[in-house]
Design a binder for this molecule. Structure first.
Ligand code: NAG
Ligand code: NAG
Length: 323
């Protein structure tokens, strides 16, 4: 009920406002969207508001098919059994049945056919082994002299994830910067040969990228230049911030206590000492403690007569993996 009422209201609004307002732009989708071969059944779906309308399918800028759609539906479907002549760039547009007002054109959708007379491209992954989070990974795809543009596909994604146009080259390099575990998966390439914009090679062999949830180890610096420092800092930042917050909390608490006790305002100003960090030591339980001298970082130095015992804070530092 609710959608119908909404559609009626929308329809009324569109008709009432047609003098001043633009019609919503339609969108076009292709099913399946890739890997289409001669004779496959494909559907082009034009999505538009629930209105009585004529829907036009354009190919390469020319109107090709027209379909009537009543207000019960929100898509108009065009069925094709494509051959070479059907390849190309499609758009759709609609015209209101009652007012003859015409919408804008949708964005284009490309119908590309797979041509098995082109050999599938080759593919390689570098670094080839399991990599740590943050590593830059590159995937190279090449063909034997067909040039053109290369597309990188990831299993589970309906559209290519990257595309590269080559000029006078047969090899494309796709780079995935700072990989995360979400980049794990199976990758493949295809290419559209030079001067054949709507023909595709078959999709080639796969490479599998496995990304560990931990940052790349420092030993991997040779192949992934410079990432370890950044990655390790990034990976440990949560623990680091927690420890910093803990230390800051204790320092502030100590400072407040001292300020309350300090009763000699005329004392000469001295350069405040920096916090001293003593060497970390491990106890028998394998926990590491860092000893911090809590010194008031203000203009007034601590008064040893009032407070002979320096405040010492032990912060537990997670140094390496336990268990
Ligand atoms: C990837 O290719 C290998 C052979 O090169 C094959 O054994 C494997 O099944 C393929 N993986 C997927 C997900 O298709
Ligand atoms: C990854 O690539 C980016 C951009 O080229 C670069 O700034 C960064 O240093 C690279 N990181 C590593 C670990 O190579």
């Amino acid at each position: 009920m609710a959608p119908t009422a909404l559609a009626l209201i929308l329809g009324w609004w569109l008709v009432a406002a047609s003098g001043e307002q633009k019609l919503p732009r339609p969108s076009l989708s292709l099913h399946p969207s890739q890997g289409i071969e001669v004779g496959d059944a494909v559907t082009l779906r034009c999505h538009l508001p629930r209105l009585d309308a004529w829907v036009w399918l354009y190919k390469g800028g020319l109107r090709t098919y027209r379909k009537y759609k009543d207000k019960e539906q929100d898509t108009a479907e065009f069925f094709l059994s494509p051959n070479w002549e059907h390849t190309g760039s499609y758009r759709c547009q609609y015209q209101l049945y009652w007012t003859a007002e015409t919408s804008e054109l949708s964005d284009p959708v490309e119908l590309v056919l797979t041509d098995h007379s082109f050999p599938p491209p080759s593919i390689s992954l570098s670094p080839a082994k399991r990599v740590g989070t943050g590593t830059n990974v590159s995937i190279q795809c090449w063909n034997q002299g067909y040039g053109g543009s290369f597309l990188l596909h990831k299993d589970g994604c309906s559209a290519p994830i990257q595309c590269q146009e080559l000029l006078g080259e047969d090899k494309a390099t796709f780079t995935i910067l700072g990989v995360t575990p979400a980049d794990s998966g199976t990758y493949r390439c295809s290419y559209r040969p030079w001067a054949q914009r709507f023909l595709s090679s078959p999709i080639g062999n796969n490479v599998t990228l496995e990304v560990a949830p931990t940052p790349a180890p420092p030993g991997a610096a040779g192949r992934s230049h410079g990432i370890p420092v950044v990655a390790v800092v990034g990976g440990c930042s949560a623990a680091f911030v927690f420890i910093l917050a803990l230390v800051a909390f204790f320092l502030l608490a100590a400072r407040r206590r001292r300020m309350r006790r300090d009763e000699s305002p005329g004392a000469p100003a001295e350069k405040p000492e920096d916090e001293e960090f003593q060497a970390a030591s491990s106890d028998s339980e394998g926990l590491t403690y860092m000893e911090l001298q809590a010194v008031t970082p203000g203009a007034q130095p601590p008064n040893p007569a009032v407070d002979p015992q320096p405040s010492v804070i032990y912060a537990e530092v997670a140094a390496g993996r336990r268990r």
